[in-house]
Ligand binder design. Structure first.
Ligand code: ATP
Ligand code: MG
Length: 214
């Protein structure tokens, strides 16, 4: 369990500050990794748990790479960072993935021993605030919103947001990297070096993902 061992010798157990970085990770790239690392440092988190989505609720009309590939790419990308872990919670849960179910499950698992921080890019925050269950989410976690080029986070500076969800904003170095762009580049044989870890790019080639031929 994240954080175990680290606190076992302390008399008063410190509350675990657990970051959760959800995403399709199709494929994972440096935008995701930089955002997670910044959240870790800026919010003094003990761990960031990367959570590849099973069947993403908002991408049911899109082709998404099989979960096992997305999970393994996430493991490869995070393997060298001792503060990053990858969870199978969502990919092992049948049906469409809802973040509120994941947060409920983590809350049940950790009880009152952890504070949960859901890390998202600015585009995702704008969506989350429109979810019908964002009020339930508000009871479970705090949102950390990372800046992303082209998205104005200033509305979140005025609080509270309607659902009561706590939203913390975070500046990350502007990285105009997206999985959509990486897939398009790979399909048309354009370069992706320096946009995502080399080992992930090698995994993509080996498994012939994103070749644009279906
Ligand atoms: P796609 O283009 O397929 O939607 P994506 O690059 O947006 O992929 P996702 O897996 O959808 O990646 O994103 C997971 C999370 O990471 C979301 O909260 C998203 O806002 C955030 N994110 C994605 N790219 C960046 C980036 N370059 N900088 C900061 N956050 C990002
Ligand atoms: Mg996206």
């Amino acid at each position: 369990m994240p954080g175990d061992g680290k606190w076992t010798d302390t008399r008063v157990r410190k509350r675990l500050r657990l970051g959760i970085m959800g995403g399709t990770f199709d494929p994972i790239h440096y935008g995701h990794l930089v955002a997670a690392e910044e959240a870790l440092v800026q919010f003094n988190l003990d761990k960031v748990l990367f959570m590849p989505t099973g069947t993403p609720a908002r991408k049911t009309d899109q082709r998404v790479t099989p979960a096992e590939h997305r999970y393994l790419m996430t493991v490869i990308a995070t393997a060298s960072n001792p503060d990053f872990e990858v969870s199978r919670l969502e990919i092992d849960r049948p049906g469409v993935t809802y973040t509120v179910d994941t947060m409920t499950e983590l809350r049940t698992r950790y009880g009152d021993s952890a504070d949960l921080f859901f890390i998202t890019g600015a585009d995702a925050v704008l969506e989350i605030l429109t979810w019908k269950d964002s009020a339930r989410l508000a009871d479970l976690c705090t949102l950390i919103a990372a800046t992303r080029p082209g998205y104005d986070l200033s509305p979140f500076m005025e609080r509270p947001v309607p659902s009561g969800l706590r939203v913390e904003t975070m500046e990350v170095p502007a990285l105009a990297i997206s999985s959509t762009d990486i897939r398009a580049r790979m399909a048309s044989r354009r370069p992706v070096r320096y946009l995502l870890p080399e080992a992930v790019a090698a995994y993509v080639s080996k498994n012939r993902l994103y070749r644009g031929d279906g």
